[in-house]
Design a protein around this ligand. Sequence first.
Ligand code: ZN
Ligand code: ZN
Length: 389
Amino acid sequence: MTFDEAVAFALPIATELRHEMHRNPELSGKEEQTARRIQAILEAHGIAVVSGLGGMHGLMCTIDGLPGGSCWGIRADMDALPIQEVSDAPYVSQVPNVMHACGHDGHSATLVGVALTLNQLRDQFAGRVRCLFQPAEETVSGAVSVIAGGGIDGVDAIVMSHGWPDLPIGAIGLKHGPAMASSDTFEVTITGHGAHAAYPHLAKDPILAAASMVVELQQLVSRNVSPVDSAVISVTMFNAGTARNIIPDTATIAGTLRTLKHDTRSYLMTRIDAVLQAIGSAHGVDVRVHWKIGTPPVVNNNAVINHIAGHVSSPAVGGTVTWLDEPTMGAEDFAHYLEHVPGAMLRLGTDCPYHLHTPGYDFGDDALAYGIRLLATIGMSPLPIFDKV
Ligand SMILES: [Zn+2]
Ligand SMILES: [Zn+2]
């Protein structure tokens, strides 16, 4: 069996699965039928599947090659988004207000294609490939469940591919180092005490304190983060008061912090806490900061990126590398895996006129072959040599 023959066998199955997933999208944490369908296809081809990883709908299977070698992990996500699809594709979503607007149908189908391809080539590579089908990426809770379920036990390096509408078919977008931002949210409760609006000197005004906090948080970015690094603090909620002539007892503000480096993230979290407390004490109000810890930044391992780049234009893949100049401030919970093992995310051109997370986005069929070929090739390859940091 040649590599091309194995891909030719897997591709129609992957294409059909993508259409089926696109027709029947399931929201984050509810991917029960999707997982069941993927498991059935893999098991029908003799691949053992572990389901229910970490108490959610995640799946994993391991394709064993020849003895020796190492273990690549490849991760795909399975969940859809609460958006009404606008499309005339024959496989348009049959579920009102739910669609695969982030292309996770394409990611899962690609990974099924990779597993079926590698399963036929077991005698042609050394080592193992762990295929991870992750739930709940959009709510950033799925990666943790897969890791808790043993998904990356024994994995030496991990990769993922995300469909990217701005890149043409066959283009593989790569970036060294920071690729996507961390995402954490905060909620601040400011408690003073209220008074008649005409007698503000009798109050400890939580609204004025909160307004000062909103302004000061922006100055924190401009004077605490290097101009050539990046961070975003956006205050997105500000709630207080019940009447026009009453200074209230409490105010709340909430927002998000995004950074591209682990150090910047932890430093800014500490600084935000300190600055808010200082403003609170200047205003004589009590300040409680509650953090909801989200995802770390996606920081690609440079050795893995170079390794992928070396395979993109090989005859087995036939793609072209597009080097990406800039990271994005969006987040991706793939970052959790990278806290445990080296790895990288790559962007797979889907050449779609519509952006991710919009009603017209469609992963399409044309990128599938490139994704399967590239990820299967990486799975069969020996690990790169990692720099000792
Ligand atoms: Zn998304
Ligand atoms: Zn996505």
